[in-house]
Write a protein that binds this ligand. Sequence first.
Ligand SMILES: CC(C)(COP(=O)(O)OP(=O)(O)OC[C@H]1O[C@@H](n2cnc3c(N)ncnc32)[C@H](O)[C@@H]1OP(=O)(O)O)[C@@H](O)C(=O)NCCC(=O)NCCS
Length: 154
Amino acid sequence: MRYSTIPPIEILAASLRDVHAVHRLEKEIFLYDAYPHLDLAFLFLTPGEVNLKAVNGAGQLVGFVTGSRSWFRSLPAWIVTLGVAPAYQRQGIGRGLLLACEDRLSRRRVRLTVRKSNFAAIRLYEQCGYQHLYTKPHYYRNGEDGLVMEKTRD
Ligand SMILES: CC(C)(COP(=O)(O)OP(=O)(O)OC[C@H]1O[C@@H](n2cnc3c(N)ncnc32)[C@H](O)[C@@H]1OP(=O)(O)O)[C@@H](O)C(=O)NCCC(=O)NCCS
């Protein structure tokens, strides 16, 4: 399978019941950019959003991804958030979540925004076929630029 991870990690559909765990993990891994609880709940409730989680053998949440798409197939889908718990990073889980989300979004073009200084994420995205499209100056709360990256899928 293209997005397999090291067992016993599983990638599953996430639901509103996971929102607390996702919020906790977001706060742990994002210094400034964690979504407020309500915004996350909204993402889980909006039709058409793709919400996936990675769980370990004990059923604990160790990663998540959300993707968003327009009803218009010609418009690009967007990866909204992606994160992996520090103890589980560098095991292929981020890549697995990203590719699984892209598959379920079923759009030819997928975009995302990433901090200019987030080399780990940029490397992951480049490895998965994303290319820098344009820069959003001072996009983040602390004034850092955001890089918009895009992938065109076959
Ligand atoms: C970015 C993030 C999701 C990557 O998840 P991950 O599960 O560790 O990534 P993977 O193990 O799937 O790594 C895939 C590739 O990404 C790159 N990569 C991942 N982490 C890296 C790091 N710390 N340094 C350099 N490259 C890295 C590598 O190319 C890696 O391939 P390799 O291990 O074969 O060299 C994770 O580091 C994270 O949650 N970071 C904090 C939240 C965040 O920045 N999210 C993205 C916001 S846009």
